[in-house]
Design a binder for this molecule. Structure first.
Ligand SMILES: Nc1nc2c(ncn2[C@@H]2O[C@H](COP(=O)(O)OP(=O)(O)OP(=O)(O)O)[C@@H](O)[C@H]2O)c(=O)[nH]1
Length: 321
């Protein structure tokens, strides 16, 4: 249908217009470009947007319930829709019109009577911009080898989830995961096999951390980090035991591992329990440091081990950094 490389499916285009002749014309021009949906007014448009997140919106200036500028401003103030390009369709070109469109957050406008080639060119240009920005954002947030979130996103999300846990008096767990004897693995099987091993374990971690708010990130070389909101010590312990089982279940041969035949991981985690007396004085990095020191203990204990540091009792608080 579409020539654009849009993650295997055509781009979603939403046309918000109550004039059926305009809708018919736009459909004819754009049906080869993407998947077209229609809404005759603002109410239907917002329902459609929440169901089928559009990649581009064509918006009439005058609609029965809200005017186009108001709809556009609403789209632009909602974090879920703010990055969608909005192109106005209008017969108005009067005083200040262009400024009003751009002030409302519109990306461009197309003047009636509609010229099919102009419509197709403008829509394709904005879809291509939108796609390029989406790909760049994705690259900036993702570790390219494993496709997990990168360290930058981990830091951002850690702060968000820690503040949420504090506000809502919920527990939160941070886990640090490290592949055992990975230097020897690389030495024995080569770096390409090492990369494949990292990818397999990353995929397992990502599939395991599937609840809303969970985040799996590549923290460094062969180290991963997990944020598990609303997860107390016992839930975290079950989660990590299952994850370690799954890694052992992969049975990735590691002939040089001093104690095991297969690739294993060591884990350290720290849970901040709800009702922690010190919760208001703590910061998120206390959890990361505690999880990291628990991971160190797991390594000292012989690897393929999990260690928990619990912060539910009053503890010595490190200076924030
Ligand atoms: N193939 C591959 N190897 C990596 C990557 N990032 C880090 N490494 C390797 O991971 C190894 C980590 O070695 P160490 O920190 O000594 O840890 P270890 O050998 O796993 O030993 P323990 O953690 O004590 O069990 C190093 O040899 C790094 O070169 C990567 O992206 N790909």
């Amino acid at each position: 249908m579409s020539d654009l490389n849009w993650q295997g499916k055509p781009p979603e285009i939403l046309i918000i217009d109550d004039d059926s002749s305009v809708v018919i014309t736009l459909n004819k021009v754009l049906r080869k470009v993407g998947r077209i949906r229609f809404a005759p007014d603002a109410a239907h448009a917002f329902i459609s947007m929440s169901k089928y997140r559009p990649d581009l919106i064509l918006l009439d200036m005058n609609l029965p319930d809200l005017d186009g500028l108001q709809i556009c401003a609403k789209i632009k103030t909602d974090a879920n829709t703010s990055d969608i390009p909005v192109l106005f369709i209008t017969s108005q070109t009067g005083h200040n019109f262009e400024e009003k469109v751009f002030d409302a957050g519109g990306a461009d406008f197309i003047v009636k009577p509609l010229n099919p080639r102009v419509v197709a060119s403008r829509v394709l240009t904005h879809l291509n911009y939108h796609n390029a920005i989406r790909l760049l954002k994705n690259q900036a947030n993702t570790d390219s080898l494993t496709n997990l979130a990168n360290r930058r996103i981990f830091d951002e999300q850690l702060s968000v989830e820690f503040r949420r846990a504090r506000r809502q008096n919920e527990s939160i767990t941070i886990a640090m995961i490290d592949i055992d004897e990975f230097k020897k693995y690389n030495d024995q099987y080569g770096h390409v096999a090492g990369d494949d091993c990292l990818k397999s374990i990353a995929l397992l971690i990502q599939k395991s951390a599937h609840r809303p708010g969970d985040l799996a990130a590549r923290y460094g070389g062969e180290e991963f980090a997990l944020i598990l909101p609303c997860t107390d010590t016992s839930a975290a312990s079950d989660f990590i035991a299952r994850l370690m089982d799954k890694v052992r279940g992969l049975q990735l041969a590691h002939a040089d591992d001093s104690t095991h035949q297969y690739v294993t991981i060591s884990v350290g985690y720290c849970t901040l329990a709800s009702h922690n007396a010190n919760i208001l004085k703590l910061n998120e990095w206390v959890l990361v440091e505690a999880a990291d020191s628990a991971l160190y203990e797991s390594k000292q204990a012989g690897r393929n081990t999990v260690t928990c540091k619990n912060l539910c009792l009053p503890i010595a608080i490190n200076a924030p950094h």
